[in-house]
Design a binder for this molecule. Structure first.
Ligand code: IMP
Length: 434
């Protein structure tokens, strides 16, 4: 049985808690795209864990974790994460499996990421694009560029030292040309990087495997496999608010290519949606609030990036974008998170559509500049004005909150199966079948 958890908005939907919850009934948790740009925060028995690369299932001792071929791996970040978990007594041996096909993030990727962003923001830069994307600076875009242009360095290359050094030198030569001649920056020392990265082969070696085969055999053995998406559908390089997106496919299709699992293997796709919307970085965000309500959402929901600490932009729930996300991902069920953040509001708005030049839009505009100009159409619901934290049965939710959930279901055309009423693992409503 293979289930998939995807972010249905712009990331930061609270997937970590849902993955953690469902990991109890999983044998394997696998990540399929992105890299250390993701950040999952979990509080367990008073200890806070922030994971960027290793699936959060690692915190359950019975779970095996996979980092698939579609992930771009920063070995420095990976080693830090392994050490942090080991310091908390969590062993990785026999539990962490890294695809030999996954690409590596190298120091020049991070420098190029920063240089491109800086050039895009500088007023007089010759390479100025219209807008910086507001990336996490983790080298994600440049690493995927190398992958697609077939010059990337993969985990498997680490195992052949001379080939690794040869590829590294070629790539650094090219990166140095870009850094110094296009971006006016410092060049990198190829020898120092080769020395540093050559140490990773022995440290990563115990975890490297053919994860495609591993997952195939696990499926045949009837294991329960949970696939964990990072970021969200609206940040998908194909389906999101391009060019203000990440460089991978967080949508469900990415799970197949990023793990070597056929689409037909996936039987359930759970979309995670926050009861309101947030976005980090630049790009269109039709329901963004620039007023005190936006501020309230940010402070009550503690909306600051787990990876960069940046304040997140906040706004009302965008059910038009959610419906799009349901279609693109093939979401079969939804998990609504952080509903308790709305406890104190008199009125709660849901965006049901976009209007452009007075005309209601039928589909999600493909052009980011158009999306910047649409006017959200809102439906206004009454707030419940009472704390929801601790509620664990749907019937115990106030009527206003039940109406809010019912509207999400009607507008998105997906059933809400899980509702998270506080950050606590236990404060979760799980509804039975239809
Ligand atoms: P990159 O993935 O670092 O290239 O950043 C591209 C865009 O995706 C930026 O707007 C980031 O803020 C956003 N982004 C990347 N990872 C996450 C995430 O885990 N949560 C929310 N936004 C993200």
């Amino acid at each position: 049985m293979v289930s998939l958890i995807v972010g249905a908005q712009w990331g930061d939907e609270g997937k970590g808690k849902i993955v953690d919850l469902l990991s109890r009934d999983a044998d394997i948790v696998a990540r399929y795209q992105g890299g250390a740009n993701a950040g999952h925060t979990l509080v367990i028995d008073g200890t806070k864990y922030v994971l960027h690369l290793i699936p959060s299932g690692i915190l359950h001792s019975h779970v095996q974790c996979v980092i698939g071929n579609g992930v771009v791996i920063d070995p420095v970040a990976l080693m830090e994460e392994i050490s942090m978990l080991e310091q908390h007594g969590i062993s990785m041996h026999g539990r962490l499996f890294i695809s030999h096909r996954a690409h590596l993030i190298m120091p020049y990727h991070k420098l190029l990421d920063a240089a491109r962003e800086k050039a895009a923001s500088a007023k007089d830069a010759p390479t100025k694009r219209k807008h910086a994307i507001g990336t996490t600076g983790r080298g994600i875009g440049p690493a995927y560029i190398d992958k697609v242009s077939r010059t990337g360095i993969r985990i498997v290359d680490l195992l052949d030292r001379s080939r690794f050094i040869e590829k590294l030198r070629t790539n650094i030569r090219e990166a140095n040309m870009l850094l110094s001649q296009v971006y006016d920056g410092e060049e990198l020392d190829a020898d120092a990087i080769a020395d540093e990265y050559c140490q990773f082969d022995t440290r990563i070696d115990p975890y490297i495997t053919d994860t495609t085969l591993f997952l195939h055999e696990a499926r045949r053995a009837g294991k329960r496999i949970l696939l964990e998406g990072a970021q969200g559908a609206m940040l998908d390089v194909d389906h999101g608010t391009y060019p203000f997106v990440t460089s991978s496919n967080p949508t469900s299709g990415g799970a197949s290519t990023g793990l070597g699992l056929p689409p037909t293997a996936i039987s359930c796709i759970l979309g995670v949606v926050k009861a309101y919307s947030t976005r980090v970085g630049n790009g269109p965000f039709p329901t963004e609030l620039h007023d005190s309500i936006g501020e309230q959402l940010r402070s009550i929901g503690y909306e600051f990036g787990a990876t960069t600490g940046r304040p997140r932009r906040c706004g009302w729930l965008d059910a038009f974008a959610l419906r799009y996300s349901v279609i693109v991902n093939g979401i079969t069920e939804l998990a609504v998170t952080k509903i308790d953040v709305l406890d104190s509001f008199d009125e709660i708005k849901i965006c049901t559509g976009y209007r452009l030049n007075g005309k209601l839009q039928r589909t999600m505009p493909a052009d980011a500049e158009v999306l910047e100009r649409v006017e959200p159409v809102y439906e206004v619901l009454r707030g419940w004005k009472t704390p929801l934290a601790g509620i664990r049965r749907y019937e115990d939710l106030p009527q206003e909150a039940q109406i809010f959930i019912a509207r999400i279901e009607e507008l998105s055309e997906a059933r809400v199966r899980i509702i998270s009423t506080s950050p606590d693992r236990a404060d979760t409503i799980v509804r039975d079948g239809q």
